[in-house]
Design a protein around this ligand. Structure first.
Ligand code: NAD
Length: 256
């Protein structure tokens, strides 16, 4: 399918995980992909951009000047922005129980996970308003919908904010041709997570028991949902919380 033929798509956090898989999927669907990540991930970002015939742009998405320059640069080079996937995020180990998580970790997580989405939307929406069309997908998480006894308090709060901000933007700009949706992935089998769980099977089992499908997602399965939301196939979907979680949020008791 070439549902994104010649569309210009910006993907943040493209050097790894969900962003990487989505950049590949967007390109396979015909998009010109701007792969955004930190300068420290430039090698992986450039390799990806070469592979998919896109471009790499280094940008700290939590920095207003850099985000403004990113979108101004994309318009200058490519003429438009059809799709914005605001996906970069962090989940650091010093974000834990509220009893032990300090202000520094709290502020860092909120800045990278939430302020970045505010900034991305702030700078891409005027471009899309001028075009009269655009699709924005902001990455929240299933933890924006469910509480966990294994808390990461700043991360959870940051994703709740992404979800409610996205809903409001979807409503505000619906009649101007801009769709804004929040993606709520369940746990994804990223290399880091798998390594952690291999070392600590109890930790993995404690989570897996809640997933009706009985496994974690592959990044490509999340990317497929993002490509759908980005495309005109999702033309009647906006202000949605789009859940891709293997059934977690629908479950009370799961099969053994
Ligand atoms: P990942 O760590 O594999 O990739 C995140 C990318 O974002 C990295 O390449 C990193 O360099 C980049 N990044 C971090 N801070 C940045 C900044 N300030 N500016 C620009 N780029 C920055 O993560 P992932 O697992 O692919 O997660 C992607 C998104 O999905 C995140 O928002 C995460 O919270 C969310 N999510 C992940 C899972 C999961 O299980 N992996 C589940 C639900 C939601």
């Amino acid at each position: 399918m070439k549902r994104l033929d010649q569309r210009v798509a910006v993907v943040t956090g493209a050097a790894s995980g969900i962003g990487l898989a989505t950049a590949r999927r967007f390109a396979a669907e015909g998009a010109i992909v701007v792969c955004v990540d930190l300068e420290s991930s430039a090698a992986a970002g450039k390799q990806l951009a070469d592979e998919i015939g896109g471009e790499f742009a280094d940008c700290d998405v939590s920095d207003e000047e850099q985000v403004a320059a990113l979108y101004a640069g994309v318009v200058q080079r490519r003429g438009r922005v059809d799709v914005a996937f605001h996906n970069a995020g962090i989940s650091p180990p010093d974000d834990d129980s509220i009893l032990t998580t300090g202000m520094e970790a709290w502020e860092r997580v909120l800045k990278v996970n939430t302020t970045s989405v505010y900034l991305g939307c702030k700078y891409v929406i005027p471009i899309m308003l001028e075009q009269g069309k655009g699709s924005i997908i902001n990455t929240a998480s299933f933890v924006a919908l469910l509480g966990a006894a294994t808390s990461q308090i700043a991360y959870t709060a940051s994703k709740g904010a992404v979800l409610s901000m996205t809903r409001e933007l979807g409503v505000q700009f619906a009649r101007e041709g801009i769709r804004v949706n929040a993606l709520c992935p369940g746990p994804v089998a990223t290399p880091l997570l798998m390594e952690l769980f291999a070392k600590d099977p109890e930790r993995a089992a404690r989570r897996l028991v809640h997933v009706p499908l009985g496994r974690f997602a592959q990044p490509e399965e999340i990317a497929a949902a993002v490509a759908f939301l980005a495309s005109d196939d999702a033309s009647f979907i906006t202000a949605a919380q789009f859940i891709v979680d293997g059934g977690i949020t629908g479950a009370y008791v799961t099969p053994l």
